[in-house]
Design a protein around this ligand. Structure first.
Ligand code: GLA
Length: 714
């Protein structure tokens, strides 16, 4: 609900001119619901600042909150404290990172002094427009609170009378409140996406400027600000996500006076000269229930609002990449598809290698024509076979890329993005996606494949960083995907970029799944998917059972660990099924059956990360939308320091209800588990309070194994 407050009536003509000498005008606004409040205040028509962000302010007067928030002034300071506004301005003697860095075409720095122009209010939205008439600039701040998922969606737009050049434009700037101490930020690498790092605040700025041109493994655009004691299940957390696929910049700054602020925008220098500039959407939320409170809102928002299609039953995937790589042979692929179907697969994805002369990764990107050497009768015989098994057919593309050894490059060398003599990445180069002719070419070729073949799914890849960071590239790919989706409405798309290098809410507005990582190593997957759950629901997060000996780590894991790990998300297989032993086939079939029996509620459940008392155990609980059932997965990531397993405390349950808890895989207890914890022989009926306070006593187990606990409210 938006409740605007005006401590002093403004006449529209005065609104642009600022106060008379000695006059002080305060405007206040409140955006909030039953989970959080954001209070804005502005003085003298200047840009507003957040004066409160936290639990709902309830009966307090918004004007009083704004007035009470004013800090003192002491020695060594300016006589007025520069506001930490939604776009901090140098013209207010703000000493930190400003919200806008721009120059005119003569190269002179522009330092606007924006004044209130007008506002538009609706139920959950607030648009504030500010102008600097002298400079011919207008700044529009859009704020929205999503009604069901309680996320603030924030965007900044800058319009200029003249052409200018913008180096930095921040989405509306939010404070990191004074009672927070730490930030959790995200880094990573190929096969180790979404690595979290918890850092204390310190004077100065923590800057992440992702100039790779894509979201990238190393720069997931998220941040959590919290107190030292905050955990998955308790404490206060402020979480942020910048929904953009072209590379972001984040600034978390502690000023000399102690205040801190958080800025997100496009990577520096990626906005070109022009008259209009706009940030992507910054999502932000306050949680009083630890990281899970924020994670659940992000998960639900992605699942129910960004990606509505995932409400439909999610099919079990089979992807042939790690089985055959570029070596496509129709008969072999058919027999693999038959085995995959027998295991329980419902969608067969033909990966890289079907087009041009693509026998390895040195050639043919851009030549999106079926290779007649490998598929003499086109894809139809394989698709017909796959469909006869009851599976849907999916196919791999990497549309934005080109090899120099391709017909496309020979015809259009000028379509390459960046210099001709640049360093390649995986032997390949990027196409300039801002060009209409490039996008038309790609549309025509992808559409031709989709029109002439029965294809329900695209795995859309992006396997290198860009030679130049430029917003036009991400805008171009968005436009291409949007155009394809308008025509091929039933085709789902997976966002892949060497695994998880393009995961963000910008791409998720137009795709239905992400390939979280090229690592099918179950131990690594446990870590990656656990951290990804801070933002992503199970329904969009691909997780596959890989080969017995993992191709990216060389490790060997038991099929039970691999299968249950994939069953925690949108399940699939990616090994050569011909390598499976009879026992492995049986286990995989059983776990896949379990997943199919549970997927309809599980893919709509909240993933709650558990605070495991044992650092060697990574655990999470999927709680059904109606709260009636749950499943908890407790993975033993290494041997524990202590002998006895520490009870696993659950979360989010109805304290007074009784739950029946069972061990779905109790037969997996090893011989060294010699005692008789109750769950080994039968189910237990206990209260939610007991499960959340004491926790469940689990049998002893080896490292690289997992317990699966099912619970039903009685
Ligand atoms: C990337 C993807 C893989 C696979 C290969 C194909 O590495 O992440 O899953 O599709 O490309 O070349």
């Amino acid at each position: 609900m938006t409740l605007p407050h005006f401590s002093q009536a403004m006449s529209p003509d005065r609104a642009h001119t600022g106060p008379e000498p000695g006059e002080m005008r305060v405007r206040t606004w409140h955006l909030g619901d039953d989970r959080q409040s954001l209070v804005l205040a502005s003085r003298n028509n200047r840009l507003p600042e957040v004066v409160y962000w936290g639990p709902p302010v309830g009966g307090s007067s918004i004007d009083e909150i704004a007035a009470a928030a004013r800090y003192d002034v002491t020695g060594g300071m300016q006589d007025e404290i520069a506001p930490l506004s939604l776009s901090p301005e140098a013209s207010m003697t703000f000493q930190g990172q400003t919200g806008l860095t721009a120059r005119n075409l003569d190269g002179e720095v522009i330092a606007p002094a924006f004044l209130f122009s007008h506002e538009e209010k609706q139920q959950n939205t607030l648009k504030l427009v500010y102008q600097d008439n002298g400079l011919g600039l207008s700044l529009t701040l859009d704020l929205e609170l999503t009604p069901h998922t309680s996320l603030f969606k924030l965007r900044t737009r800058l319009d200029s009378r003249e052409d200018i050049s913008v180096d930095w434009l921040a989405a509306p700037v939010l404070p990191a409140p004074d009672h927070t101490d730490e930030m959790i930020e995200f880094s990573g690498r190929w096969c180790s996406e979404l690595l979290t790092r918890r850092l204390p605040f310190a004077p100065g700025a923590r800057v992440r400027d992702n100039r790779t041109g894509r979201t990238d493994h190393a720069h997931f655009p998220g941040l959590i600000v919290c107190s030292k004691s905050a955990s998955n299940t308790t404490g206060e957390a402020y979480a942020f996500h910048y929904g953009w696929s072209g590379g972001h910049k984040m600034v978390v700054e502690e000023l000399a006076d102690g205040r801190r602020h958080v800025q997100f925008g496009h990577a520096s220098g990626t906005m070109e000269k022009g008259k209009s500039f706009e940030t992507a959407t910054l999502y932000a939320t306050y949680s009083a229930q630890g990281f899970n409170g924020a994670a659940v809102r992000f998960q639900r928002h992605v699942r129910d609002h960004l990606v509505a299609e995932t409400r439909q039953t999610r099919p079990v995937h089979y992807n042939c990449w790690e089985a055959v790589y570029f070596d496509h042979d129709v008969d072999e692929l058919k027999s693999i598809a038959s085995l995959a179907a027998d295991l329980g697969a419902e969608r067969f994805v033909l990966d890289d290698g079907w087009f041009g002369h693509r026998d390895d990764d040195t050639t043919s990107l851009g030549d999106w024509v079926i290779d007649p050497r490998k598929f003499p009768d086109g894809l139809t015989p394989l698709i017909d076979h796959v469909k006869s098994l009851g599976l849907e057919f999916g196919i791999w593309f990497e549309p934005e890329m080109i090899n120099k050894d391709s017909d496309l490059f020979r015809a259009h060398p000028d379509w390459l993005l960046g210099a001709l003599d640049q360093t390649p990445g995986r032997q390949q180069f990027a196409l300039d996606m801002s060009r209409n002719d490039v996008r038309d070419y790609l549309y025509d070729h992808i559409a031709a494949i989709l029109e002439t073949n029965d294809i329900g799914y695209i795995k859309w890849d992006h396997n290198r960083v860009l030679p130049v960071a430029d917003a036009g590239q991400a805008e171009g790919v968005y436009a291409l995907i949007d155009r394809l989706r308008r025509v091929f409405t039933a085709v789902e798309i997976e966002s892949c970029a060497s695994g998880g290098a393009r995961i963000d809410f910008g791409i998720l507005e137009r795709t239905q799944r992400v390939w979280l990582s090229d690592s099918n190593d179950a131990l690594e997957r446990q870590r990656i998917q656990h951290d990804a759950a801070l933002f992503l629901p199970a329904s969009v997060t691909g997780s596959h059972v890989g080969p017995r000996k993992c191709h990216t780590s060389g490790r060997i894991f038991d099929i039970r660990f691999r299968a249950w790990t994939a069953a925690q998300r949108h399940m699939g297989f990616e090994m050569d099924p011909r390598e499976l032993t009879g026992e492995e086939v049986d286990v995989l079939k059983e776990v896949t059956r379990w997943w199919k029996d549970n997927r309809d509620w599980m893919m709509q459940a909240d993933i709650l990360r558990l605070d495991s008392a044992d650092p060697a155990v990574t655990a999470e609980q999927h709680l059904a939308e109606d709260g009636e059932r749950f499943v908890a997965f407790a993975a033993q990531m290494r041997t524990s320091d202590q002998t006895l397993p520490r009870p696993l405390r659950l979360t989010g349950l109805d304290a007074s209800a009784t739950y029946r808890v069972s061990l779905a895989n109790r037969n997996d207890a090893p011989r060294l588990s010699r005692g008789e914890p109750l769950l080994k022989s039968r189910d237990i009926d206990v209260s939610g309070q007991y499960l959340m306070s004491h926790g469940v006593v689990l049998p002893w187990r080896f490292p690289d194994t997992i317990w699966v606990l099912e619970g039903h409210k009685l």
